[in-house]
Design a binder for this molecule. Structure first.
Ligand SMILES: [Zn+2]
Ligand SMILES: [Zn+2]
Length: 243
């Protein structure tokens, strides 16, 4: 069970089931210490508008006894790593994830082009996490990806929902394992996130046992194993983007 879950969706994403308040209340009841609400970016056909990510910032950051962050899982929309939220909005979020998705106006034509897009997004100072980089569909070159993520101090994500997709599970697991090993070699960190679209999915990391990945994931490389570590990382990033 995760203590901190930095990738979750609310009903505003268009493909998730629970409201902001339901998610936070459930997280609190389930004993999580912190969550991040990261709804899909506006190019997702059923996703929220840009304005949603401005209005959402009016919410407090502590409800039902736990802290939470507000942010966006933005879509990478070209091979330069352009995102579907502008800098003026991205810069105000507590957390910005970026990932490759279907039906958002751009589909990489190859693994190489997908990698180019992701490497471009890593250079965006507002992006702190790359979501599901181990996705089977893209088979991204993990050597180049982890090197760049380490140099830019961007976090790669072990995505528990994607690891549960049975159709491509062996490729997902292989890619995730390679990514974890490389992050370890670099003495860098990653995040393990549920990508919950239903409140009850939050924090559930049982797929790590089913896939045997847990043995590679030592606490020292998981940023979201410590509340102090998470707060320090995001405070430092915020300071860097302000200067
Ligand atoms: Zn995603
Ligand atoms: Zn997601």
């Amino acid at each position: 069970m995760l203590k901190i879950d930095l990738h979750t969706h609310t009903i505003s994403s268009g493909d998730a089931m629970n409201t902001v308040y339901e998610m936070i209340q459930a997280a609190s009841q389930m004993g999580l210490e912190m969550i991040a609400l990261t709804d899909h970016g506006p190019k997702t056909p059923y996703g929220p508008s840009i304005n949603y990510f401005i209005t959402s910032l009016r919410l407090p950051r502590h409800l039902f006894g736990i802290d939470f962050m507000l942010g966006c899982e933005s879509n990478i929309i070209d091979k330069k790593g352009g995102l579907d939220i502008p800098d003026r909005v991205a810069g105000r979020q507590d957390i910005v994830l970026a990932g490759l998705h279907r039906d958002v106006g751009w589909t990489p034509s190859s693994s190489e082009e997908g990698l180019e897009g992701v490497l471009g997004a890593i250079k965006n100072p507002y992006v702190s996490v790359i979501s599901h980089p181990h996705e089977a569909r893209w088979r991204l070159d993990m050597e180049r990806l982890v090197k760049e993520a380490y140099e830019r101090q961007v976090l790669l994500e072990v995505n528990l929902t994607h690891l549960s997709f049975l159709a491509d599970q062996s490729v997902e697991v292989m890619q995730a394992q390679r990514m974890i090993e490389l992050v370890k070699d670099y003495k860098w960190k990653l995040v393990v996130s549920s990508d919950a679209h239903v409140a009850t999915q939050m924090g559930d990391d049982s797929v790590l046992d089913r896939t045997n990945l847990r043995r590679f994931l030592t606490e020292d490389i998981i940023l979201n194993s410590s509340l102090v570590g998470v707060k320090k990382f995001f405070d430092e990033r915020r300071r860097k983007t302000l200067t």
